[in-house]
Design a protein around this ligand. Structure first.
Ligand code: HEM
Length: 432
């Protein structure tokens, strides 16, 4: 189902002829950045009418192109050569396209991981050998590999979306039957267990995909060559502390977090499903990251979070050891995935940051995109996950977690939301 949606989404690799100046610039980005000629090329760019874009995929592709050109424009000359104003020919369409899509006018996960791929042989499998990047960051094949691996992590997750939707459906019907009382049909428990097992399998595959990062991406290349272009603007330690002015939109600079896979929907959907609670600054950060997701992705997380029945309540109020074990297994698998991700962050960010800076981006240190202190922050999120493991004797639970009313949305609505996960929606009618 999701793979069909994938191929449907990518019928185009470039924008229609009217947008050729954007196509050309986006295609020659690494060369122009290396020769430090991108700003000159942007100066020649005509102001194009973004309303000439037609279907959803064109709008997303335009966002991808303009986000990459913007990142190149700002960071081309290193952290000491940043520019405070994005010229109108770039800023005006980029800002408006972003508003139209409900995305931010900055290079983000929705661009690099979700929208920057193409399948080589349409009849072939979705694997590393049969995928390629549409557009390229500085860093050559290593940068492409970074995008592809991140995409494959997303794809691994997409495979369990149907199981997640089925769990929600089963919980909904169990909730309607028993109105909160612990009375679940054995068959329902068995099916929930099976679906949970599929979710755990998908998480294992996500980790396997993430592990492939090491195959073709060296830490110093990621840290010194690729990562600077993922930076945002605004904040005390940022080379653009006041933010970036989008000429033609406003004279007030805009502060924006840069691109990070923390903007991925995957782990936040899993947190919502499994009832993992992050508090204070952790939750604030993760909720802020939702503003960088396609709106349908954000709505899916919010939908699961506000359901009146939770998987955790279902499991803890059951005496069925199989469903409890399946839930605990899912929590352990997610804990393990987060643990593995922390190793990746140490390898690609913390360790290179300790070495002498090799590039022109000294001030973009080992703080996270949100200015967070990385490892303690990620370890807290990891600990919140592990903390939700059920103890052996934990078989009943008070109706907790503040869910009391009947959800207004049906599981069908969740299915619709799920169908657009990853942005590979067949939905082409944009809200104009
Ligand atoms: C070279 C590879 C990667 C590096 C260096 C990296 C780095 C980071 C950093 C520094 C953070 C802290 C928040 C921030 O600063 O934005 C973070 C958070 C996060 N990253 Fe990654 N990341 C990598 C790959 C991935 C991939 C492929 C995914 C999956 C799609 C992912 C998912 C997440 C999530 C979900 C968070 C939020 C914390 C959490 O929920 O555990 N990362 N990452």
């Amino acid at each position: 189902m999701f793979c069909d949606a994938l191929t449907m989404y990518y019928k185009i690799k470039s924008l229609p002829a009217y947008f050729e100046p954007w196509n050309e610039l986006a295609s020659s980005l690494p060369d122009l950045i290396r020769e430090k000629k991108l700003r000159d090329a942007v100066a020649e760019l005509p102001l194009l009418d973004h309303n000439q874009l037609r279907e959803y995929s064109e709008w997303r592709l335009a966002h991808l192109q303009l986000s990459l050109i913007t990142a190149g424009y700002v960071w081309q000359n290193g952290d000491k050569g940043v520019t405070q104003v994005l010229p109108k020919s770039l800023a005006y369409p980029f800002f408006n396209i972003s508003s139209q899509l409900g995305l931010q006018p900055v290079l983000s996960h929705a661009d690099l991981a979700l929208a920057n791929w193409s399948i080589i042989d349409q009849n072939g499998p979705y694997d590393f050998e049969n995928l390629e990047c549409l557009y390229h960051l500085p860093g050559g094949k290593a940068a492409d590999w970074f995008c592809m691996v991140t995409f494959m992590v997303e794809l691994s997750f997409a495979k369990c979306m149907q199981s997640i939707v089925r769990i929600l459906e089963l919980l909904g019907s169990a909730g309607n039957l028993s109105a909160g009382v612990a009375r679940h049909e054995e068959q329902t428990e068995t099916e929930v267990s099976q679906c949970l097992q599929q979710v755990s399998t998908a998480m294992n595959t996500m980790q396997d995909s993430l592990a492939r990062m090491r195959d073709n991406l060296e830490a110093n290349v990621f840290f010194n060559v690729i990562r600077p272009f993922l930076s945002g603007w605004g904040g005390d330690t940022n080379p653009l502390p006041e933010g970036l002015i989008y000429e033609g939109i406003s004279d007030t600079p805009v502060k924006l977090t840069g691109g990070s896979a923390a903007q991925s929907t995957t782990l936040q959907v899993l947190d919502a499903l499994l009832g993992i609670k992050h508090i204070q600054d952790k939750r604030e950060f993760l909720v802020r990251m939702r503003e960088f997701m396609p709106p349908e992705h954000k709505h899916l997380i919010e939908y699961i979070e506000q359901l009146p029945y939770t998987l955790r309540d279902f499991v803890t109020s059951s005496s069925n050891q199989v469903v409890k074990a399946a839930y605990n297994h899912a929590i352990s698998t997610l804990t393990e995935l987060r643990d593995y991700h922390i190793q990746i962050v140490k390898m690609y960010v913390v360790l290179p940051a300790k070495k002498a800076n090799e590039g022109n981006y000294e001030s973009l240190d080992n703080k996270g995109t949100g200015g967070t202190s990385l490892i303690p922050f990620l370890k807290d999120i990891w600990a919140d996950t592990r903390e939700r493991l059920l103890a052996d004797n934990q078989t009943s639970l008070n109706a907790s977690d503040g869910h009391s009313s009947v959800a207004g949305l049906t599981v069908l609505a969740a299915l619709a939301a799920a169908a657009v996960i990853l942005g590979f929606s067949a939905v082409s009618a944009l809200r104009r």
